[in-house]
Design a protein. Structure first.
Length: 82
């Protein structure tokens, strides 16, 4: 018997919007120590980031929406999907 027809089921996954994440390490309490991570986003493309702010980022990541950024006790950047 020859194969004459192939039915394929494709499950589409809900995709997210594109996001720009600008990361900065800042001195949150003005004690001279860089102690906090500040993340600025484009809010899934709804908001703009000025060129001045963009130039000040220590790192820029382009990706999907829904990521959360933190720094662990060892000083490593941790990125999780929220």
């Amino acid at each position: 018997m020859a194969l004459t027809r192939l039915n394929t089921i494709i499950t589409a996954h809900k995709s997210s919007s594109t996001e720009c994440y600008g990361l900065e390490v800042v001195d949150a309490n003005s004690d001279g120590v860089l102690d906090s991570l500040r993340v600025q986003t484009t809010n899934a493309g709804a908001d703009n980031i000025s060129s001045t702010n963009y130039d000040g980022f220590g790192q820029v990541i382009h990706g999907a929406t829904g990521f959360t950024f933190s720094i662990n006790s060892s000083g490593n950047l941790i990125i999780t999907q929220g």
